[in-house]
Design a binder for this molecule. Sequence first.
Ligand code: ATP
Ligand code: MG
Ligand code: MG
Ligand code: MG
Length: 463
Amino acid sequence: VETIRVVEARRPEAIGREVCIRGWVRTRRDSKAGLSFIEVNDGSCLGNLQVLAPASLPNYETVVKHLHTGASIRALGVIQASPAKGQATELLAQQVELLGDADPNTYPLQKKNHTYEFLRTIAHLRPRTNTFGAVTRLRHRVSLSIHQFFHENGFYYIHTPIITSSDCEGAGALFRVTTLDLEHLPRQQGRVDYTQDFFGKPTYLTVSGQLQAEAYACALGKVYTFGPTFRAENSNTTRHLAEFWMVEPEMAFYELADNMNLAEAFLKRIIADALRDCAEDMQFFQERVDPHLLPRLQHVLETPFQRISYTEAVDILSRAGRVWEFPIAWGKDLQSEHERYLAEEHFRAPVILYDYPRTIKPFYMKVNDDGRTVRAMDVLVPGVGEIIGGSQREDRYEVLEERLQEQGLDREAYRWYLDLRRYGSVPHSGFGLGLERTLLFLTGLTNIRDVIPFPRYPGHAEY
Ligand code: ATP
Ligand code: MG
Ligand code: MG
Ligand code: MG
């Protein structure tokens, strides 16, 4: 007998097949007529498979009638058309086997809706809920779309280092890497600086793979890196994690407008794939999380992204007639409240802001002719705010050198980076998209801790 997954067993084409399925019991209901209905989920889709267990099963009284929520089972039988609403098929069981019981007195996921806060305290069990099953399948699909999109557009996937000695722009506070050589620790204590000894210099967990990706773009043309990124964010927000996943494409011969076009096409591709291939899960988010989700995403797909300069944005914000928590002034970075106002209320669509003041952006962004602004771009989306940050990179050796100095950075540490301008420099651009911010955007969920399996944030590194 073939073992299939619930997603397959739920399709009408499965009717008539004799199969085996395995999964976890969501609920059990016993009818007076001597029949039990067991809802089984195996994570392959949102829906459960209803298993009909007749009283004639040899272990009906001893096992089936005692199956608890959370227990794992194996059921063998024939798929038949289901008269029940919301499901095409069900399994008429000839055999039901208990694999692992779940004590109903202690199993935390009983049949009721739990708060996200509570589920965060049991991050190892929350994948068994509908919400986290759906988030996980979507996260997988988005990751795949990222690779597909870039592969189809001629990019190479490169792997930038996780341990690095470059602090890349000071994009966020750094996690320092140390060694713990337990065997030698007592002997060497006081003589060895464990923070520096191993590599001969201080090292950190990467806050961005951009600079290294630039080196590869300036050889292979178009590359992207996609991996874990670490920032010791000192604030507790619903949009920041200490460990998150970022995808960073970097393209030679790309000006800022090309960069924007790519970012827009990329985001739209991710949305379209999710709507098509995760339709059931997306419908679930629409019904359970945000009733405006699907129309909003559809609208985003069909609308060209607005593009306005930082200066225009400051103008709009100062005329908005609002009292901002963080006052607006040209030269100050925008805060989440400003970004969300622009995308959610003013434009009601994604908006790309470009040409930011040079004083608030990192040294590597290309300085405009006005001398005051740099070719930065941020993509802001409704519900999230900044989802992408990028720029055209400074490709002039002298200007880059000047910028390093201006920001008080060590020229020697960036010698290799300057080399990229010294030998065969070309205009080039890139951006970073946060995977978790993208998932907030796609699900309507509001806390970034709920779209990553095991979230890391101040005070929290469980598991
Ligand atoms: P923010 O202004 O929201 O702090 P940022 O400007 O510091 O973001 P960038 O350095 O531009 O972020 O990084 C590129 C992208 O990475 C951001 O647009 C965002 O999607 C994501 N990102 C940045 N920091 C975090 C974080 N701490 N947790 C999750 N995603 C993040
Ligand atoms: Mg930040
Ligand atoms: Mg920002
Ligand atoms: Mg940014």
